[in-house]
Design a protein around this ligand. Structure first.
Ligand code: GDD
Ligand code: MG
Length: 334
């Protein structure tokens, strides 16, 4: 089985982290999101993945120089301009020569979904397209479906206004598609699978959906990116594990690290306290500083306090400074 993984978004909501690293290359438990995602596809029977890239393929080429990721052969389809989700799927599938049932995944989703079970479900329903669903308390930030008893999708609504969603079941960003879906997508045009293609397949009765209660997270916002890291450290994933403090991190024996991930090369000085946070490569936390509920790639000065914040590679909190809820450098400043 072949797959297309969508990795062409700009990662806007994860800035300033994504100013230096594309979203799918950000590590979760020391391993890039894309590698954890591809590993799960491989467990489900996927042997070849085409990355649908909108821009900047270089970080991927550098990370996977032999053209393999998690044991799977990787190909790159670089769009001349961002074509949105369906346009990107068409472009990548044409690039890879896909002409059989295939899998698509949003590149920012981490899940323990059994993809082979989803393919079996898809075949049992003779579906044209099948989407994975997860139940969430507030579905308004996602694609939402109404289903019949057989799993046939009756409505697909992308990001409904709060309070108007027909159910709590959301599009979890993994699809099984027949090649006939490709014929619905015009070549070289910006088309959204969520807003155009899925509603068209619903109208023809060919869209099905399989709900599961597997681990699932869209890492596309800082609070969820943080959660994805903490979850893996806490052993909440079915297959994935990691040592919270990487062996190549430089942590003083007089620092306290709780429920946090510390990446290779990150430094934590004596007396520092790090809780519920992620320190990425490049992070330094100086003497007696406090870091809580934050993601840090930059520098935290001695005695500083950083809470609910995101520091990119060039983000600095001065010695003794206290910050809460900041992003540095400010991604909205020009
Ligand atoms: N190649 C390419 N080109 N990829 C793109 C483009 C593009 O023009 N636009 C978006 N993508 C990729 C993103 O990188 C991401 O991996 C995926 O498509 C989905 O885009 P997001 O921007 O992350 O969308 P979302 O999270 O708001 O919503 C999507 O995911 C939800 C589940 O997490 C939708 O599919 C929702 O329906 C779904 O509920
Ligand atoms: Mg997303």
């Amino acid at each position: 089985m072949r797959a297309v993984v969508l990795v062409g978004g700009f990662g806007t909501r994860l800035r300033p982290l994504t100013s230096s690293i594309p979203k799918p290359m950000l590590p979760v438990g020391h391993v890039p999101i894309i590698e954890r995602l591809v590993a799960n596809l491989a467990r489900g029977g996927v042997v070849e993945v085409t990355l649908a890239l909108g821009f900047k393929p270089e970080p991927f080429l550098e990370a996977f120089p032999d053209g393999h990721c998690a044991g799977v052969a990787l190909h790159y389809a670089v769009e001349p301009e961002p074509l949105d989700t369906a346009g990107a799927i068409r472009f990548a599938a044409d690039h890879a020569g896909i002409d059989d049932t295939f899998v698509v995944a949003n590149g920012d989703v981490l899940t323990d979904l059994d993809v082979s079970a989803m393919v079996a479900f898809h075949r049992s329903r003779h579906a044209e397209a099948t989407i994975h669903l997860i139940g969430v308390p507030d579905p308004s930030a996602f694609g939402v479906v109404a289903l019949d008893a057989d799993g046939r999708v009756e409505r697909f609504i992308e990001k409904p206004a709060p309070g108007t969603a027909p159910s709590n079941l959301i599009n979890a960003g993994t699809y099984v598609l027949e090649p006939s879906v490709l014929a619905r997508i015009p070549v070289g045009q910006k088309v959204s699978i969520e807003r155009a293609t899925f509603p068209a397949i619903v109208a023809d009765g060919g869209l099905f959906a399989m709900a599961t209660d597997d681990y699932w997270l869209d890492t596309g916002r800082p609070e969820y990116y943080l959660e994805a890291n903490i979850d893996i450290a806490a052993g909440r994933r079915r297959h994935d594990r990691c040592h919270p403090v990487h062996p190549d991190a430089l942590v003083s024996p007089d620092a306290v690290i709780t429920r946090s991930i510390v990446g290779p090369g990150a430094t934590v000085a004596a007396g520092a306290l790090v809780t519920d946070s992620v320190l990425l490569t490049g992070a330094s936390v100086d003497t007696d500083a406090v870091v809580a509920d934050s993601v840090v790639m930059g520098r935290v000065g001695a005695g500083a306090e950083v809470r609910h914040s995101v520091l990119g590679a060039d983000g600095v909190v001065a010695p003794g400074e206290h910050v809460d809820g900041v992003k540095r450098p400010d991604p909205d400043a020009s």
